[in-house]
Design a protein around this ligand. Structure first.
Ligand code: NAP
Ligand code: MG
Length: 401
């Protein structure tokens, strides 16, 4: 059989530890036998980031802007322990943070729903996609520890030298202080990314913030979303028979718990960080969560939502068997290949992505899965497979479909 041809290369961002091992097996077993795989390869493994002084991360993001679609393996974000482990020249920044700030994107995370892995929230029948604003707030904060009595003020000096000032607090003793910001430009592109993704996937969009308490900061998010919706999206939403709906974040949380799923939940940066872990674990497992970064310019970067699974990697290095779930990484590839196929109008590539996803889910539904899923499945007579054997089993399912 002829291999499927690709027109434009995918930007391939390799990564670290156990996910790097899975990456290689996925390519060998599930992609290269069927596709004439065209990629522009960037090694974002920590050693190579260190050798290139992290320039490789920037280059991979620039390539993503150029080609439009990337697929990324999980990567280590260095901390003090990694400095010694990898003899780093510097504590390099999170690659995801670097890529996000270059692409100015919004991250959409959706659980992979499969029979036999039931959400612990029993009324959740469809996936809930979390759209996390990926800029600002506490992730770009400035903090101080206050050692004693004194006055804290918020000062803004305009370009012409005029000042705005507000007293934050008059300290009588030790305390803490934090300054956060966001920009209308970033909030607007977040809003547009959410509205576009809702139209793309024909799902309702929910957004919650704390505008009653934060009358300027959070209120600004609410106002920008509403203005953009009214001016640019209202008619399109009505035509697509989907809804945009704003409420207080606490009301949204309560409604989410009672909902059936099948909608997009737009979250401010911190809410998205926290709530995506809650939603993914309630749907079954962090290893069953996909993640795509969508930029306002229409550039896409697909990845798994989990990390490099360090604990399994150390077992692997000791020669012990691992049973690491590769589903989210497989879906990162299929997501990227499908999008590439759609943009290049190569139907075979889109069909390949659909079929590989079906084969992956069918493998699990037939009772063959990795250990993390075996522990939570409602299926009986389960076979637990090791990391490589699960991927090989998916290939067998694919070849018999
Ligand atoms: P992690 O790699 O997501 O793993 C945490 C735990 O979750 C694992 O020890 C494992 O539990 C379970 N798990 C996660 N993915 C799994 C999978 N595919 N199959 C089976 N079990 C899975 O998070 P971490 O250990 O906190 O972080 C490790 C490294 O990943 C860090 O250096 C961090 O910087 C990086 N990270 C990268 C990204 C990214 O690139 N997007 C995201 C998050 C973290 P058991 O050990 O109990 O089996
Ligand atoms: Mg988090």
């Amino acid at each position: 059989m002829d291999k499927i041809k690709m027109v434009t290369p995918l930007v391939e961002m390799d990564g670290d530890e156990m996910t790097r091992i899975l990456w290689k097996i996925i390519k060998e077993e599930l992609l290269l036998p069927f596709i004439d795989l065209k990629t522009e390869y960037y090694d974002l493994g920590l050693e190579h980031r260190n050798e290139t002084e992290d320039q490789v991360t920037i280059a991979s993001a620039e390539a993503t802007k150029k080609y439009g679609v990337a697929v990324k393996c999980a990567t280590i974000t260095p901390n003090a322990a990694r400095m010694t482990e990898y003899h780093l020249k510097e504590m390099w920044k999170s690659p995801n943070g670097t890529i996000r700030s270059i692409l100015d994107g919004t991250v959409f995370r959706a659980p992979i729903v499969v029979k036999g892995i039931e959400p612990c929230v029993k009324n959740w029948q469809k996936p809930i996609t979390i759209a996390r604003h990926a800029y600002g707030d506490i992730y770009k904060n400035v903090e101080m520890k206050i050692s004693g009595a004194g006055k804290a003020e918020l000062v803004f000096t305009a370009a012409d030298g005029t000042e705005m000032r507000e007293v934050i607090h008059k300290f009588e003793g030790e305390g803490i202080l934090q300054g956060v910001h966001n920009t209308d430009a970033s909030i607007s592109s977040f809003a547009r990314a959410c509205f576009n993704y809702a139209l793309d996937t024909k799902q309702d969009l929910w957004f919650g913030a704390k505008d009653t308490i934060s009358k300027k900061y959070d209120h600004n998010f609410k106002d920008i979303f509403q203005e953009i919706y009214d001016e640019e999206y209202k008619e399109k939403f009505e035509a697509a028979e989907i809804e945009y709906f704003y409420s207080l974040i606490d009301d949204i949380v309560a409604r989410v718990m009672k909902a059936k799923g099948g909608f997009i939940w737009a979250c401010k940066n911190y809410d998205g960080d926290v709530m995506s872990d809650m939603v993914s674990s309630a749907f079954g497992s962090l290893a069953m969560m996909t993640s795509v970064l969508v930029s306002p310019a229409g550039v896409y970067e697909y990845e798994a939502a989990h990390g490099t699974v360090q604990r399994h990697y150390y077992k692997h290095l000791k020669g012990e068997e691992t049973s690491t779930n590769s589903v989210a990484t497989i879906f990162a590839w299929t997501g990227a290949l499908r999008k590439r196929g759609e943009l290049d109008a190569t139907a075979e590539l889109v069909q390949f992505a659909d079929k590989l996803e079906k084969a992956t889910l069918a493998t699990i539904e037939s009772g063959k899965m990795t250990k993390d899923l075996a522990l939570i499945t409602t299926l009986k007579d389960v076979t637990v497979l090791n990391s490589a054997d699960f991927i090989k089993e998916v290939r067998r399912t694919y070849e018999t479909m």
